[in-house]
Design a protein around this ligand. Structure first.
Ligand SMILES: C[S@@+](CC[C@H](N)C(=O)[O-])C[C@H]1O[C@@H](n2cnc3c(N)ncnc32)[C@H](O)[C@@H]1O
Length: 230
């Protein structure tokens, strides 16, 4: 296959990889802790074996950013397994630092495209909850095809969630909140826990993410959506 064919065949991605530099401590955390907490996107994931405890519920977060809020959630809920997925490696380094500082054992990380990871690594009916906090809104109409929230992702998550599993989305962009409603309200596999076309109040269990803090400074509102697999 020529390079151009290869490019044409590549899927439209929800991210553009930035060249962001890692700090020395993020680089050190990657070298020291990746072998213990990093996961291989080329292999199917055996969740009970990886966390060495069968039966624990598993929460998966797509696009954890710098991971501070994910580390806080994992520390607050040691009975749960947490899987974080992020393409931006400085954020992965930052989360590894948090894991080491907090002495967490219940979290593992992919540094890869979440769409590929869900498709190739995560078993069907294996997740209790999926979190998608402040996904890139891709404001411009010509970029809407890059948005993570789509019927295709809803179909995939419906397969990956266990019975009654939850999908929690938060966004600080009203048009994106409406986009989520437009995608998920008619989806036959999900029910809105707040009632049709409604949002939930900001849950205490969601620590303020880095992105949310920025939105607060700019005076943005926040919309939380919680859907249940039916
Ligand atoms: C606007 S940021 C929000 C980060 C974090 N959730 C927060 O609230 O601070 C969106 C994040 O999603 C990540 N991302 C976008 N598409 C992704 C994908 N397909 N797989 C994994 N991460 C992705 C980006 O790299 C970025 O860090």
């Amino acid at each position: 296959m020529s390079d151009t064919d290869d490019i044409k065949q590549r899927r439209i991605r929800s991210f553009v990889l930035r060249q962001g530099r890692k700090t020395a401590s993020q680089q050190q955390a990657l070298e020291q802790h990746w072998p213990r907490f990093g996961l291989d996107p080329e292999q199917a994931l055996d969740i009970p074996a990886t966390f060495a405890r069968p039966g624990a519920d598993t929460v998966l977060e797509i696009g954890f950013g710098n991971g501070t809020s994910l580390a806080q959630m994992a520390e607050a809920a040691p009975q749960l397994n947490f899987i974080g997925i992020e393409v931006h490696s400085p954020g992965v380094g930052r989360l590894l630092m948090e894991i080491a500082q907090r002495g967490l054992e219940n979290i593992r990380i992919y540094n890869h495209d979440a769409i590929d990871v869900l498709e190739h690594c995560i078993a069907d009916n294996s997740l209790a909850k999926v979190q998608l906090f402040f996904p890139d809104p891709w404001h411009k109409k010509r970029h809407h095809k890059r948005r993570l929230v789509s019927t295709a992702l809803a179909d995939t998550l419906h397969r990956k969630l266990q019975a009654d599993g939850l999908w929690h989305i938060a966004t600080d962009w009203e048009a994106y909140a409406k986009h989520c409603l437009a995608v998920l309200e008619p989806h036959p596999g999900f029910a809105n826990t707040a009632g049709a076309q409604r949002f939930i109040p900001r849950p205490e269990s969601r620590p303020l993410t880095k992105f949310e803090q920025r939105g607060q400074r700019l005076g943005h509102g926040v919309w939380d959506l919680l859907y249940k697999k039916v």
